[in-house]
Design a protein around this ligand. Sequence first.
Ligand code: NDP
Length: 499
Amino acid sequence: MTENRTSRTYQNYIGGVWCDSVSGQLYPVVNPAHNTQVIGQFQASLPQDADNAIAAAGDAASGWASTPAPQRGAILYRALDIMARRAEELARAITLEEGKPIADAAGEVKRAMNIIEYAAGEGRRLFGYTTPSELPDTVAYTVKRPIGVVAIITPWNFPLAIPAWKIAPALVCGNTLVYKPASATPLSAVKLVEIFEEAGLPAGVLNLVTGPGASVGNTLVEDERVGGISFTGSTEIGTAITARGSELLKKVQCEMGGKNAAIILNDADLDKAVPGVVQGAFGSTGQRCTATSRAIVEDGIYNEFMESLMAQTKALTIGDGMDASKDVAPLASRDQLDTVLEYIGIGTEEGARLTFGGHQLRGGEFDEGYYVEPTIFTEVKTDMRIAREEIFGPVLCVFRASDLQEAVRISNDVDFGLSSSVYTRDLVQAHEYINTAKTGMVHVNAPTLGGEVHMPFGGLGASGTGQREQGTEGFDFFTETISVYIDHSAGAKERSRFI
Ligand code: NDP
């Protein structure tokens, strides 16, 4: 590694060299549990840095594209080994900069490892297909080619797993990358890039530029040398990137959050449903795009569900995510704290009943962090803002429904469509739900969370645009499919005049 840093100062990585921004400026990142603790100084980059990174990625593009895919996969396998060795350090970095409980951070590291393993193996697949031609003595088949230079723009809520699930497939498909992590969480990004560097990735294949989305990120979106953009973050920015990227004829993939509902029917197993809703709503402090932000409960089980929900929510312990005994950690930033508190105020003003929590935690260690109590609203109406907008915090809205059909109407009555779940023992009702849910991912008797790396991840409507991430679709996004026809006949022959 080309090391050139002072203590607690982290650099960009461009063309295989760790380097300072041309701005000469740094910005601090603080620990959301102890906001006087600066965990590092990072490069406050300028568009010129993004430009340099695009040039480096462009220079490396043909060499990497012509490296056999199994060899690209072999580098990913080495990255996987290094990540396993550094797993504990990575989990601590995630908790330090994002705040989530250390067990959730360890789960995130595992998730990142799973996708790298999956992508590495894909180096020996990346299948095209062959098909009989309509012409004699002709072979017809498809091959996959990389897009070229791709921009990876990521959020702060999964600072390791989301970049990994974009970067690993993009690399094995033969693309060269410029990676701009969220400004709030650049430490995990630096460590991830260090791992790929140590694994033997050639210079220029993966470039890291930290700094503001509005300037550095926007430069990546606008630059004509960038052929693809993979983004996760807010619907507002994702929608703008989709529009602009499409205008510039780029391949664009945006994953943009949700307003996910869990439906609990009268025959649900509450021993599954209540912990599932508690984990979905308050795990990772509600800062997941797949978080459960609505529970829709059938009348006959409502009182029993609520009693158990309140008891299990009350039992949650809150504190610094580094303390393994804590279930709920601080929000990731002052901005997140302000947003969540504002939504709690909006919910109260709209007439929803604040049934549990709803306050910022103060006093002692809480004064140094961005803590909000797990919060439950009942008597929520579907036209309220808290029922429709993504809050991205530990806030759950509970609705009552008279039957499955009403529950589905409530569940589908939002612009988002990422994930959903239904708790029932009845296969007929479960399948009716699966067939009518307007979400990209549907769970039965399990929380709205997560998913597996070899299954597609993504949503409908305001939750996403472009091809799904992960699963085989994820590799389709990072490649162009080329159709090849080979005429191996001896002489001239009659050809179709159709196209
Ligand atoms: P943003 O959409 O602003 O940020 C996501 C990423 O995009 C960051 O790397 C950001 O950089 C970058 N970015 C910002 N503006 C631009 C731009 N004009 N061009 C290119 N890149 C840009 O999300 P926030 O971090 O502000 O979070 C706001 C809300 O978004 C959350 O409260 C939540 O509701 C939702 N969200 C959803 C996520 C999901 O998983 N789908 C993840 C995170 C947030 P920078 O950090 O420098 O601004």
